[in-house]
Design a protein around this ligand. Structure first.
Ligand SMILES: Cc1ncc(COP(=O)(O)O)c(C=O)c1O
Length: 391
């Protein structure tokens, strides 16, 4: 029995939660069980809550800047959990990783330039490239025997053919759950170096890796890659601080860092949110056991879904995740029609999932399920799905 109780169901309604409170606005109904957006339904350790409340009780919330007291726990965390120690001057604190992606697009490409992604992938990658009037180039991940792989020849050809300037890497990969190996990452890095392509490595999911796999940070591939590298990290995914709007961006090369910060300045952003800073510092200092127990719990949730599907709905295939708390389900054994799939998921099963089509055109028959919820909610969701498919 662990110290933390992830089975506790916490009512998140009426907290302005995007996941629980906006069914009417976003879906026109509020009867759907939400397992979509990547945030978690768990309560943080009391020490963290106490730190936030303690700071709030001070009652003065003027401009705040990160100093060593903030950077040290961030650096300690990356040294301990990921095998490298960033220097303070490499870190830029911004409101979010997607915000940082937008900054990188503006800093390292011009309007009309090509940016490469690997779909199916977290949909703001495509959206942010387009919103900044750049061209999206996709090197589709290959789905083979229930697993996703990189087609390196296609990746290199697309870069060369389109004169790609920037690569947005998702590592670990949302939604397919791959934890890229050092070999795969080095091959991508070498292709980008050969073709002078900047890399934004979005490593926001790096703390969620299941046993038998190891996250390899792009920071550890070698300093020969630093001159074109930006790494996006945040405690917001690991410890569910998305509402506190804070992320740490690593740029080990001075020139890359100042180009990135110039765009951040041009956007008019300066000091970070003080409660985001307090929370980040506190989770990195107090949250390690919580995270280790959470990883066990999530592995249990993943096993539950795998076993449930194998036993009750064998035509729905789960792509085995190596990391992240997101599960990618293949419904092509059920239907070939994405509208029918939507009807099954929403009207019959009454679930709010993320449909595969938003992650890329070729994955309309997939759904992404967020398993970072109490087991009882996941059980309810699976039962509703089973009923919808067997009735
Ligand atoms: C790959 C990836 N990057 C970024 C984000 C969001 O980061 P932020 O809220 O810091 O913009 C998410 C959230 O789900 C994500 O999955």
């Amino acid at each position: 029995m662990g110290k933390y109780n992830f089975d506790e169901k916490i009512d998140r309604r009426n907290t302005d939660s995007i996941k629980w409170d906006f069914g009417m606005q976003r879906k026109g109904r509020d009867d759907l069980l939400p397992l979509w957006v990547a945030d978690m339904d768990f309560r943080l350790p009391e020490e963290v809550i106490d730190d936030i409340v303690g700071r709030a009780q001070h009652g003065v919330f003027g401009y705040t800047d990160p100093g060593e007291g903030y950077y040290r726990p961030v650096k300690d965390w990356y040294e301990k959990r990921h095998g490298f120690r960033p220097e303070s001057k490499w870190i830029t604190v911004v409101p979010g990783v997607v915000y940082a992606i937008a900054c990188a697009i503006r800093a390292f490409t011009e309007p009309g330039d090509a940016v490469i992604i690997q779909q199916p992938v977290y949909y703001p990658f495509e959206g942010t490239i387009k919103a900044n009037s750049r061209k999206v180039v996709n090197s589709q991940l290959v789905y083979r025997d229930g697993r996703y792989e990189i087609d390196f020849e296609d990746f290199e050809k697309k870069i060369a053919d389109n004169d790609v300037k920037l690569f947005l890497l998702c590592s670990p990969h949302n939604p397919v759950g791959r934890v890229w190996t050092r070999q795969e990452l080095t091959r991508l890095a070498d292709i980008c170096r050969e073709h002078d392509v900047y890399i934004f490595a979005d490593e926001i999911h790096s703390d969620f890796v299941y046993k038998g796999h190891q996250h390899v940070s792009f920071m550890t591939l070698g300093d020969q890659y630093y001159s074109k590298l930006i790494v996006g990290t945040s405690a917001s995914k690991t410890f569910n601080l998305a509402g506190l709007q804070i992320a740490n961006i690593f740029t080990p090369d001075e020139k890359v860092g100042s180009a990135f910060r110039a765009v951040n300045d041009a956007n008019g952003y300066s000091q970070p949110n003080v409660l985001g800073m307090v929370a980040t510092k506190s989770v990195y200092e107090n949250g390690e056991q919580w995270l280790d127990e959470l990883l066990e719990y999530l592995a249990g949730n993943r096993d539950y879904v795998r076993n449930f599907l194998a036993e009750k709905l064998p035509k729905v295939k789960m792509v085995e995740p190596e990391g992240t708390y997101l599960i990618w389900l293949d419904f092509s054994g059920i239907t070939q029609d994405k509208d029918e799939l939507k009807e099954i998921i929403e009207d019959k099963a009454r679930l709010w999932l993320d449909p595969g089509i938003i992650f890329g055109r070729e994955t309309a028959l997939f759904e992404r399920v967020n398993i970072a919820c109490p087991r009882a909610i996941l059980e309810q969701a699976m039962e509703q799905l089973c009923k919808a498919l067997t009735e």
